[in-house]
Ligand binder design. Structure first.
Ligand code: FES
Length: 105
């Protein structure tokens, strides 16, 4: 995905803006990336990918990127919007349960 392609398609926030925001502002948690022009606050599709870019920036990777072409990314987002199924549409593994989500024993 090139730097000027949009990661947040709802708010047209480019990968370049997100990466520059992370490098400049050093957000403490991934959710703070939404302070970058509202990224991730629309349909929610891009949230896992914002987290990926956030983690890559946090590790100091020179060129944070996502493993999709812009066409594939948009196609998967369309499928997500149609089905609501993030796992299949994103190709990502389901998130591991967090401490807050675990059932009491
Ligand atoms: S694509 Fe980012 S919130 Fe919809």
């Amino acid at each position: 995905m090139s730097p000027d392609e949009h990661v947040c398609l709802c708010f047209r926030v480019s990968k370049r803006k997100i990466v520059n925001y992370c490098k400049r502002e050093h957000p403490k948690v991934a959710s703070q990336v939404s302070d970058c022009l509202g990224a991730g606050t629309g349909c929610g599709w891009c949230v896992p990918f914002l987290k990926v870019l956030f983690e890559q920036c946090k590790r100091g990777e020179a060129e944070p990127d996502l493993p999709f072409s812009v066409e594939e990314y948009a196609r998967r987002r369309t499928k997500y919007r149609e089905t609501g199924d993030r796992t299949e549409a994103s190709g990502a593994e389901p998130e591991a349960p967090t401490a807050e989500r675990q059932e009491p024993k």
